[in-house]
Design a protein around this ligand. Structure first.
Ligand code: ATP
Length: 855
């Protein structure tokens, strides 16, 4: 296919800016953000809070004004804390959207420039090609085999052929499936078709993740249980002729304290902040739910070129039928000789090899000498082709002017590319591609003097052996062929094999090893030869024997068989995109949680089908980015492993603060419940309960969401996808700790009560024990494995300060006399402090001893 040549000069920058001012940015910014005051109002909409507020108002009218004011203040502080959390969650989600931006190829001032699609405006001339997202609505000026996927707008999955004659309209948000086109922008932003169909509101899924959904469900049950227990406490109190109003206030305060209404917001913040941390490590998450799935991934199917390797190719060897030629140099550096038997070589065969390398090529390579003799290389295009240009540069012979007449572009299914050129009234066909796909189309070869000879079976065997040798040295091999005065790809003249190296990326080998330790298998998927794939895979630790390598064509056999043998392979070579889809399906059928990388349009189905679809950020097309749940901004395999690690950290941190919040709340309820069962007076007053809740729930729980991981985090097997958040005895641990906190709090209440009969002093002891035991527990929750004596309290500095603040707030109530009057607390004597500290530490010590025994 011919390349499109655009004659239009486009808008000038000045004119474009004027139009942007007039028509606005090309942005669909549908304001679905919760308004700030709505978030604030939501905090006070909870039915329990309303009942509490009304009852407090009544108590104010009845003359209990001090109590009432304090409870009001607590309600308001609680509300503000809730507001801050939810506001942060909203902000965090919102900021994720700004990471996703698309670029468009636009003609401005007669030059093709890449600009952020936001800055496109009416009248701009835009060039689109395979894989691009159409950035605005427009009318086609030129189209070459342009087909567009408009399913986003029409629901129709079959791509639509477009031309500049009949169906010449293109729409924002649709994708180019194949071909090229040039269009003039007719509408931008909200005035586009997409803008008017407001369903494409945001790129980041705002719907609840599975974990959030399950927690919401769980929260409802929890609320029901809490309410029932609180109700029971109230009834028991009333039956024992305690003051009805006091019991009612206790019931309501306890319910407010016990129901972890802040949980959903903390979960959202944790997920969203985790996503922000991932972006800093070059992993852009497009669906919040992927953060959870990442922790379950047990297979990563990764492309080789560019993800495991540098994608910076260098031609190292040329093999002709009879000779081996070496190419010196590395990377883009054009210094390097071309040697045969140690001597610089030039001959007619090499002239043609260089011609084919240079002409059957869509990359551009420019060497710029700068002041001070500094050399700059300006490169654009496929690294395989850039390598060929650098190689031809080294040959430095002038090879005449050839005009390209036609082209068959490269695609990963055919695995070759061809150009048809005219030179001095003669026509030349140059072809380059995978040897398997071209050797059968060769009938001749060219010898060093440029003579054309018949390609015997024996010569073919030699070529295959030479190919294997290059592949065994981890080289990507291209077969170069040509033909004169015919376009038909048959009876070609074999010129030579070009072997190029592409070194592994730094850190990839270590990352693969880490993945292995974390129970994650890495499968390499490549379009390259089996031997090349094996040589690289072996070097990286992906495969140990050649038995572990399969070719993509095994998926062309009987479908039922795949799952029998798929587990034994670690490398798939000569894979085309349709094989990728089968690989994902088979692995998923075997209950694996699969992450799959890809970049081209054809990879989109496999990416979509996988549990975590990963698109390349640098080399990926807009189509793959759009269907992917994660985009690798640096195209690097190691980034996937960092993301998996982050996913595991986030999930564990969610477990940590759930563990903390629930155990504390059970502790509070159980203290009151046990007291009622034992016919004891109420160990805490309503405002004390609310204060405990305020001091212990807010800051420490939020700080727990940013804990450092346990050292063995990446040595554990991946989590099962349907595993409960309470797996691994978590629920049991929560209940046991809650009960222990309840019992010890009641003991610290009962001992002074029995000895002094001073109810306020005893309540102060209970209040102190409850707060201190919860704050100690917060430190314990920083690690899933360590007991109280092994914890480093500085491991989470936020938690350390959160606890200091909570402790200060609690001590203020006990030590400042005026606050003591308000909260009905006493200054404790040394002996009472000893009782409090002994009771507050007992649950942790008890837990430490039990866990040690359990192992
Ligand atoms: P990986 O999965 O490692 O990234 P890939 O799937 O991108 O590899 P392809 O680019 O499809 O692999 O390449 C497969 C084969 O096609 C290569 O081994 C090479 O022989 C041939 N090939 C690659 N690039 C070109 C090109 N630009 N022109 C012609 N042939 C090519």
């Amino acid at each position: 296919m011919e390349s499109i040549i655009v004659k239009n000069k486009g808008l000038s920058e000045d004119e474009a800016n004027k139009r942007i001012d007039k028509f606005g940015l090309n942005d669909i910014n549908i304001n679905n953000k919760k308004k700030v005051y709505n978030i604030l109002l939501d905090q006070f909409k909870d039915i329990l809070i309303i009942i509490l507020a009304i009852s407090t108002a009544i108590s104010f009218l009845l003359g209990e004004w001090l109590d009432a004011i304090v409870i009001f203040i607590i309600i308001i502080i609680n509300g503000i804390l809730g507001f801050i959390q939810e506001f942060r969650a909203e902000k965090a989600i919102e900021s994720l959207q700004s990471y996703i931006s698309y670029k468009a190829k636009v003609i401005r001032n007669g030059k093709v420039v890449d600009i952020d699609t936001k800055f496109l405006t009416i009248g701009d001339i835009v060039i689109v090609e395979e894989g691009d997202r159409i950035p605005a609505d427009g009318e086609l000026l030129q189209a070459k085999s342009l087909s567009v996927d408009e399913s986003l707008l029409t629901g129709e999955s079959v791509p639509v052929m477009k031309s500049n004659y009949d169906d010449n309209k293109v729409y924002m948000g649709t994708y180019v499936v194949s071909g090229k086109g040039v269009f003039k922008v007719t509408s931008v932003g909200l005035s586009t078709k997409m803008g008017s169909i407001a369903r494409m509101i945001s790129e980041i899924e705002q719907e609840k993740t599975p974990l959030q959904q399950r927690l919401n469900q769980f929260g409802k049950w929890l609320a029901l249980i809490c309410l029932s227990v609180c109700f029971l406490i109230v009834i028991l109190g009333i039956l024992r002729h305690q003051d009805i109003y006091e019991m009612f206030m206790i019931g309501i305060s306890l319910s407010v304290a016990a129901i972890p209404e802040g949980l959903p917001a903390v979960v959202t913040i944790t997920l969203a902040i985790g996503v922000q941390r991932m972006v800093k490590k070059n992993a852009l998450i497009r669906k919040l739910s992927s953060v959870e799935t990442l922790g379950c991934v047990d297979i990563i199917c990764t492309d080789k070129t560019g993800t495991l390797t540098e994608n910076k190719m260098t031609v190292k060897k040329i093999e002709t039928v009879s000779k081996m030629i070496e190419v010196e140099g590395n990377g883009y550096d054009v210094r390097g000789r071309i040697l045969q038997d140690g001597k610089i070589i030039k001959n007619e065969l090499l002239d043609n090899i260089v011609l084919c390398s240079k002409l059957c090529n869509n990359a551009t390579f420019e060497v710029k000498k700068e002041f001070g003799n500094k050399t700059n290389y300006i490169v654009k295009g496929d690294p395989t082709e850039i390598a060929l240009l650098v190689f031809s540069y080294k040959y430095s012979e002038r090879l005449g002017d050839f005009e390209r007449i036609d082209e068959i572009p490269f695609d990963s299914d055919k695995k070759y590319m061809a150009v048809y050129c005219k030179h001095n009234s003669e026509y030349y066909l140059f072809v380059k591609g995978a040897l398997e796909n071209l050797l059968e189309k060769c009938s001749f070869y060219m010898d060093s003097n440029g003579e054309i000879k018949e390609l015997s079976l024996y010569s073919k065997k030699i070529i295959l052996e030479k190919n294997a040798m290059l592949c065994n040295n981890a080289m990507r091999v291209l077969c170069l062929c040509m033909k004169k005065n015919s376009k038909v790809i048959d009876d070609l003249i074999f010129l030579g094999l070009v072997g190029m190296i592409d070194p592994p990326k730094r850190g990839v080998k270590v990352a693969i090893e880490r993945a292995k330790k974390a129970g994650i298998k890495t499968i390499m998927i490549t379009g390259d030869h089996k031997l090349t794939a094996y040589a690289i895979g072996k070097d990286l630790g992906i495969a140990n024997s050649f038995e572990e390598v399969a070719e993509g064509n095994i998926f062309e056999n009987d479908e039922a068989d795949y799952d029998k043998y798929i587990d034994k392979f670690n490398i798939f070579a000569r894979v085309s995109p349709k094989h990728k889809l089968k690989i994902v399906r088979t692995l998923k059928k075997k209950n694996h949680i699969v992450a799959m990388t890809g970049d081209g349009v054809n990879d989109a189905p496999a990416i979509k089908e996988s549990d975590i679809g990963i698109s390349m950020g640098l080399s990926g097309t807009d189509v793959t980015k759009n269907v992917a749940s994660m985009v690798l901004l640096d195209d690097n395999y190691s980034t996937i492993i960092s993301a998996v690690e982050e996913g595991r950290i986030i999930y564990n941190n969610i477990r940590k603060f759930i563990k903390y919040l629930l155990a504390c709340n059970i502790g509070e309820v159980f203290t009151m419940f046990l007291a009622s069962l034992l016919f004891l007076p109420l160990p805490l007053l309503p405002m004390q309960i609310l204060w405990v809740n305020l001091v212990t729930d807010g800051l420490p729980a939020a700080a727990l969401s940013v804990c450092r991981p346990d050292e063995d985090l990446m040595e554990k097997k991946p989590r099962k996808k349907d595993e409960s958040i309470f797996a691994d005895r978590l629920m049991g641990k929560i209940i046991v700790r809650g009960i222990l906190i309840g019992i010890t709090t009641l003991i610290s209440f009962y001992l002074p009560y029995k000895n002094t009969n001073n109810i306020e002093l005893s309540r102060t002891c209970a209040f102190a024990t409850l707060v201190i035991s919860q704050l100690i527990y917060a430190f314990e929750c920083t690690s899933e494995r360590r007991g109280i004596f092994e914890i480093n309290i500085f491991s989470n500095i936020y938690l350390f300060f959160a606890i200091l603040i909570s402790l200060a707030l609690f001590l203020a109530v006990i030590l400042i006399p005026s606050l003591g009057i308000i909260f009905n607390t006493y200054r404790l004597t040394r002996i009472e402090w000893i009782i409090v500290l002994a009771c507050a530490t007992t649950p942790s010590i008890f837990n430490y001893l039990i866990e040690k025994d359990v192992g």
